[in-house]
Design a protein around this ligand. Structure first.
Ligand SMILES: [Cu+2]
Length: 288
């Protein structure tokens, strides 16, 4: 971390804990210092102009105006630096984040589903396959609508508000929402993405420090938005295995339908407000 990072801390940014985060921090540092210099520069110029062109010194207006080209050069330099920041750094960094996903076989895969006002986390369990989800099966005890008849879902892990991941392994998230637009924001991991109903948004990060970090919602999503927080725990590999084991013991209990719920598989079940799709579609159309 460079000494320039002080300005990020001063402005309230938590320390970075992800592999790519230092690149984001460098851009933020530079932008903050650059804006600081511009602020003081333009403020000083404004005060200079007020004094230099005061009425008592120039009782008659000069209709020709400024003759020197300095301000033009200054403004051009500012535009140039901003263009370099945007085209040279910000856009390439963003492009790498969205184009260069890690191999799924090396990564932890998690489905994150936002709802007013909490985050649900869905892990595929030991078989590595996510169980089918269907909006028609959603109940209080089955918040993601996991299909109890799908063998792939038997070992799935569903948690509310707390996600564990191992350190030094990429985490690939598929993000969605049950109701309104939320924003899954991991400030310490320097990533955020909108959770949009009906869309599956991919995002990824690689935690490099163990610890407990905040998960927040970055979109004003309703009256309880302020409380839409969660916890990301980055574990050492043994701790992560212990957590998985503990959750695996609960896995069977989480997707059990309440008494009276329909027990038959319904392959044509669709999310509400969506046109029907072919039952054989490779796309998991019943997903939230
Ligand atoms: Cu929200």
């Amino acid at each position: 971390m460079s000494s320039l990072a002080l300005i990020n801390e001063f402005l309230g940014q938590p320390p970075n804990a992800s592999e790519h985060g230092y690149q984001i921090d460098h851009i933020l540092e530079f932008s903050h210092w650059f804006m600081g210099v511009l602020f003081f520069g333009w403020s000083a110029f404004f005060i200079f102009v007020l004094i230099r062109f005061r009425k008592s010194r120039h009782p008659a207006a000069d209709h020709e105006g400024v003759r020197s080209g300095i301000s033009t050069h200054l403004e051009f330099s500012v535009v140039l630096i901003e263009a370099v920041l945007l085209l040279g750094f910000a856009i390439p960094l963003w492009a790498r984040r969205v184009n260069e996903f890690p191999e799924t076989k090396d990564a932890i895969l998690v489905h994150v589903v936002g709802q007013q006002f909490s985050w649900n986390f869905h892990l595929p369990g030991p078989d590595g396959r996510f169980g089918r989800r269907d909006v028609n099966l959603v109940t209080n005890s089955n918040p993601l609508g996991l299909d109890p008849n799908d063998p792939a879902g038997k070992d799935d892990i569903v948690t509310l508000g707390e996600l564990h991941v191992p350190v030094d392994r990429p985490v690939i998230i598929e993000l969605s929402s049950k109701d309104v637009i939320h924003d899954f924001f991991l400030p310490s991991m320097r990533i955020a993405a909108d959770a949009i109903p009906g869309s599956l948004i991919p995002m990824w990060f690689k935690p490099i420090k163990t610890g407990t970090y905040e998960v927040i919602c970055g979109q004003l999503c309703g009256l309880g938005h302020y409380g839409m927080k969660g916890t990301l725990v980055v574990d050492s590999p043994p701790d992560y295995q212990a957590w998985l084991k503990e959750r695996a013991e609960l896995a069977g209990t989480q997707s059990a339908p309440p008494p009276g719920a329909p027990k038959t598989e319904n392959p044509n079940a669709q999310p509400q407000n969506k046109p029907p799709e072919p039952a054989q579609s490779p796309n998991p159309s019943g997903q939230l």
